[in-house]
Write a protein that binds this ligand. Structure first.
Ligand code: FES
Length: 416
């Protein structure tokens, strides 16, 4: 008798536990639920209630952002000064730099910089700007070299950004190589994710990922490697990326799901925003990052990466790409409707927390500029080498001579 009661209790507990685990999973996989689980209609009606509630609550807050919030070029320029010039920005995963001299170039809101692995196994970031005449030190997306040689006139830098060769300038009186190294960019690594801050000098703010860092540790992202990445340009304002938080979002997990321990929610997809980047843990356990890097008020460069401990599955990868392209098309059509003032406010609601944070940053920076009476560009650097421009100009005239060293460099013979 006691045995059968125990068995009944165990069975009952098992059923309750299964329901607790199953419901949040089904809610996170709505398409599958819709197509395959018609015998659980109460799950569908519960979702609709949630959506209706969100729509009503968010309309008030969304209405404070006019169409120009998503379309105005002057506002975008202010974003470059107030956000991209001085906030910590996610770049990539540290596993992408395995061997000495591995480097990668990046561009965010018009700022070009590179990250390189030095002999001391330290990752450093530098503006991709030659100190001679401000050409790009490299135009390649990635490569491996312990010497960064500018192709134009042969100035060369080591992996610590120090100027090690400056043809024709070595004996110029007053020229100091130590004063002409690459401009360094602040870098931080958290859970193997790389962040940079383009602000000149010591960044005023420390990198603080808050609870997201705990989540990244649980996801074990530091044990993973990039197994696939691709990028493409798309016609939407970078701030719209946050609206993708509406699907499978961590923040909208139901109260019931929150009661379930994290390890039991393994199959769910969780999403976090890291400024310009959406980080999503897929049901497979892989991590997807989608960056929307602004190129103008209405265009962004979308960079996607997948991180995993295991090799990629080509079929799953294609399915994921299709899903992402579909999401981005949605953002592009949203941008078109926003520009025409036709976008329903509710569809912008999921990103409102991010929009409010951006709003605070812009207002603070604009107030600062108003007080000082001019635009403030926190990432701006000043060239300290002039020598009245004489030696510089004399040297560069050699470019006209195809037989000179400069001429050879200009023809690309010093490409690296
Ligand atoms: S611009 Fe780089 S060496 Fe002249």
């Amino acid at each position: 008798m006691a045995l059968s009661e125990t068995a009944i209790c165990a069975a009952g507990f098992g059923i309750v536990l299964s329901i607790i685990c199953l419901v949040p999973y089904l809610q996170q996989n709505r398409n599958w639920t819709k197509n395959n689980l018609v015998f659980l209609p109460w799950i569908e009606s519960r979702k609709e209630e949630t959506l209706d509630f969100s729509r009503t609550a968010d309309q008030v807050s969304v209405s404070k952002y006019p169409a120009s919030w998503w379309t105005d070029e002057d506002l975008y320029q202010l974003e470059c000064r107030a956000i991209f010039s001085k906030k910590w920005l996610f770049v990539t995963h540290a596993s992408r730099f395995q061997k000495l001299g591995d480097y990668r170039t990046f561009e965010i809101a018009g700022f070009s910089f590179l990250v390189i692995l030095g002999k001391d196994k330290q990752l450093r970031a530098f503006h991709n700007v030659c100190r001679h005449r401000a050409y790009a030190v490299t135009k390649k997306e990635c490569g491996r070299s312990t010497v960064l040689g500018c192709r134009y006139h042969g100035w060369s830098y080591n992996t610590q950004g120090k100027l090690i060769k400056a043809p024709e300038f070595e004996n110029v009186p007053g020229f100091d190589k130590d004063m002409n190294g690459l401009w360094e960019v602040a870098i931080e690594i958290r859970q193997s994710l790389l962040f940079v801050n383009l602000e000149a000098g010591e960044p005023q703010q420390r990198l603080d990922l808050g609870s997201t860092e705990v989540l990244l540790a649980k996801w074990k992202i530091s044990d993973m490697k990039c197994i696939s990445d691709w990028k493409f340009e798309a016609a939407f304002n970078w701030k719209l990326l946050g609206t993708l938080m509406s699907d499978h979002t961590h923040n909208q997990i139901s109260a019931l799901a929150r009661m379930v321990p994290y390890w039991m929610r393994y199959q769910q997809e969780d999403t976090q925003m890291l400024h310009t980047t959406l980080v999503r843990r897929l049901a497979s356990g892989r991590i997807l990052t989608i960056k929307a890097l602004p190129k103008s008020a209405k265009t962004s460069m979308v960079e996607c990466s997948i991180f995993s401990k295991y090799p990629k599955n080509p079929r799953q990868l294609e399915e994921l790409k299709t899903r992402i392209y579909h999401d981005i098309e949605r953002l592009e059509s949203m941008q078109r409707r926003v520009s025409l003032g036709q976008e329903p406010l509710s569809s912008l609601a999921p990103s409102m927390t991010e929009q409010d944070e951006i709003d605070v940053l812009l207002k603070a920076h604009r107030e600062y500029e108003r007080m000082t009476g001019s635009e403030i560009h926190p990432a701006a650097r000043t060239q300290n080498f002039t020598l009245d421009g004489k030696a510089d100009d004399d040297f560069c005239r050699e470019l006209e001579n195809p037989d000179s060293v400069c001429g050879a460099n200009a023809k690309g013979l010093l490409d690296w």
